[in-house]
Design a protein around this ligand. Structure first.
Ligand SMILES: NC(=O)c1ccc[n+]([C@@H]2O[C@H](COP(=O)([O-])OP(=O)(O)OC[C@H]3O[C@@H](n4cnc5c(N)ncnc54)[C@H](O)[C@@H]3O)[C@@H](O)[C@H]2O)c1
Length: 439
C-alpha cells in the first residue's frame, strides 16, 4: 500500500483522498482552507456528495486519512503527491494556473528538504503543455532538483462526475496518464490495476489533451442534443424521442468511425441533409448555431488542405482519390473534387489516381464521373498507374486510402511533398516531405 498526499480538498481531491484511503493507502490531505482541514480531521465530509459522509467517517476513524496545511509534513510522510487544486478560467478564457503553480512551488520547496524519491502527479485539468511549461519549472526551481531524475512527475486526469463521484472512481470509463519516469508510471499503473478499465499510458501532453477532448466532446453532445430538441419542437416533434431512437444505433449514429480526425465530410447525403435541416430550422424561426458551425468548419477543413498544398509550392499535384470516399465512384459533393477544382482554377496542374472512378470511365459506364459538377475535364485527368502519377507530379495529395498504395506513397515521401488527408498508416506523423492534415 502507498503513502499519498492529496493537495486540494475540493470535489476531486476529497473523493480521491477518501477512496484511496478506503483502498488501504495511507493518505494525507492538504489544503489552505482551515474549515476543510478541520472537517476531515473530525471525520466529516467538507462537500455534499453521495456516500462521502460514511466513507470519510470510516477512513478517518481507521486512521488512514488525515488533513493538514503543513506541506513539508505531507511531503515527508508520503511517497507521492496528487495535485487537485482548482483551475478556474482566467478573464480571457485561458486556463487559470495560479493555484497549480502555487502548489507546485510549495511542493518544490518541500522536496528541496527531502532525500528520498517522490512522485508529483497533477490531476487538475490543465491545457497541453502546462505540466512542462508551468508545473515542472515551478517544482524544479523551488527544489533545485531535476524532474524525471531526482523526483517523478505525472499527469493523470480525473474523469469523475459530481453526484456519482465514488461510483465513477471504482468504475471509470477512461484511465489515461503520462509519466516522465518509470517509478511514477509503475506507481500509477499499480494504483489502477484492480479496476476493470484499460489503462492508456501516453506522454504528458497527450494525457492533458485527452481530458479537454473528453469534456469538450460532452459539451458538444449536450449542445447537439439541445439543438435537435429545439428544431424538433419547432416542427411539432419530441426531440427526446428522436434522440433516444438515434442513440439506439450503435452501428452508424454512435460509431467510432466518424470520430477519426481527417478531411472534410462530403458525399450525396451529409452536406445536403445538414443544409436542409438548417433550412427547416430557419423556416421555423429556430436558430441552428451548431449546424451553422458544422458547415463553416467543414468548409474550413477544405481550405486547410488547400493551404497545405499552397505551402508545398507544388505546381503539379497528383491526387490519390477523388470520389467522396474509397470503394465508390460516387463524386457527389466530394470534398476532394472541390479541392481539385479550386487548385485547377488557380492554375495548379492536377492528375488523379482513383481506381473506382477510373474503372467507371474505362468500362464506359453511363454513370462514369457521376456527381462531378466541379471538374469539367475530369476524364482526361484520370491516370491508371499510381507510380506513373507519382513520377509526373511535384506533390502528392492522399485523399483516399487504396489497398497496396502505401509502399509507393512512402517511397514518394522521400523525394517530394506527400500531403495526407486520410492517414494511410497509423504510425506516420508530419515529418519532412510527409505532412498529415491533423497529425
Ligand atoms: N469537479 C469536478 O467534477 C471535476 C472533475 C474532474 C476534474 N476536475 C478538475 O479538477 C481540479 C479541481 O477541481 P475541484 O472541483 O475539485 O476544485 P475545488 O475548487 O472544489 O477545490 C480546489 C481546492 O484546492 C485548494 N487549494 C488551492 N490552493 C491550494 C494550495 N496551494 N494548497 C493546497 N490546496 C489548495 C482550495 O482551497 C480548494 O479546496 C480542476 O482542475 C477541475 O477542472 C474537476
Amino acid at each position: 500500500m502507498a503513502r499519498i498526499s492529496v493537495f486540494g480538498i475540493g470535489y476531486v481531491g476529497v473523493v480521491s483522498a477518501a477512496c484511496l484511503a478506503k483502498d488501504g493507502h495511507q493518505v494525507i490531505a492538504v489544503d489552505v482552507d482551515p474549515g476543510k482541514i478541520k472537517a476531515i480531521n473530525d471525520g466529516l465530509s467538507p462537500i455534499v456528495e453521495n456516500g462521502l459522509d460514511e466513507l470519510i467517517a470510516e477512513v478517518v476513524a481507521a486512521g488512514r486519512l488525515t488533513a493538514t496545511n503543513d506541506v513539508q509534513y505531507a511531503i515527508d510522510n508520503t511517497d507521492a503527491s496528487f495535485i487537485a487544486v482548482g483551475t478556474p478560467s482566467a478573464e480571457d478564457g485561458s486556463v487559470g494556473l495560479k493555484y497549480v503553480r502555487g502548489v507546485c512551488e510549495n511542493i518544490g520547496a518541500a522536496l528541496a528538504n527531502k532525500s528520498s524519491y517522490h512522485s508529483v502527479v497533477v490531476r487538475s485539468t490543465i491545457v497541453p503543455g502546462s505540466c512542462e511549461g508551468t508545473c515542472i519549472p515551478a517544482l524544479e526551481s523551488k527544489s533545485g532538483k531535476v524532474a524525471g531524475k531526482d523526483f517523478g512527475v505525472g499527469y493523470y486526469p480525473e474523469f469523475l462526475r459530481e453526484s456519482t463521484a465514488i461510483e465513477d472512481y471504482y468504475d471509470p470509463g477512461l484511465i489515461v496518464f503520462g509519466a516522465m519516469d518509470k517509478p511514477t508510471a509503475d506507481f500509477l499503473t499499480a494504483l489502477n490495476d484492480m479496476l476493470n478499465c484499460k489503462i492508456h499510458v501516453v506522454d504528458l501532453r497527450t494525457a492533458e489533451m485527452v481530458k479537454y477532448t473528453s469534456n469538450t466532446w460532452r459539451a458538444v453532445k449536450v449542445t447537439f442534443a439541445n439543438e435537435i430538441g429545439n428544431i424538433a419542437k419547432s416542427a411539432g416533434l419530441d426531440g427526446q424521442t428522436v434522440m433516444e431512437i438515434l442513440c439506439s444505433d450503435e452501428k452508424v449514429a454512435m460509431s467510432k468511425y466518424f470520430m477519426r480526425p481527417g478531411f472534410a465530410f462530403g458525399g450525396s447525403c451529409l452536406p445536403k441533409d445538414v443544409r436542409a435541416l438548417r433550412h427547416l430550422a430557419a423556416t421555423n424561426g429556430t436558430p441552428a448555431h451548431l449546424l451553422n458551425a458544422v458547415i463553416e468548419a467543414n468548409e474550413a477543413q477544405i481550405q486547410r488542405a488547400e493551404s497545405m498544398i499552397e505551402a508545398s509550392g507544388a505546381k503539379k499535384v497528383g491526387f490519390v482519390g477523388i470520389s467522396f470516399k474509397p470503394g465508390t465512384d460516387d463524386l457527389r459533393e466530394s470534398p476532394l473534387a472541390e479541392l481539385a477544382a479550386r487548385l485547377i482554377k488557380n492554375g495548379v496542374g492536377v492528375e488523379i489516381y482513383d481506381p473506382y472512378v477510373f474503372e467507371a470511365y474505362a468500362n464506359n459506364n453511363s454513370t462514369a464521373g457521376r456527381g462531378n459538377d466541379v471538374i469539367p475535364d475530369l476524364k482526361d485527368r484520370m491516370v491508371e498507374s499510381l507510380d506513373q502519377m507519382i513520377n509526373d507530379n511535384g506533390a502528392i495529395l492522399v485523399g483516399n486510402y487504396y489497398k497496396g498504395s502505401i509502399p509507393s506513397l512512402q517511397e514518394a515521401a522521400k523525394t517530394r511533398p506527400v500531403l495526407d488527408l486520410t492517414r494511410m498508416k497509423r504510425d506516420m506523423v508530419s515529418d519532412g516531405h510527409y505532412q498529415g492534415i491533423c497529425w
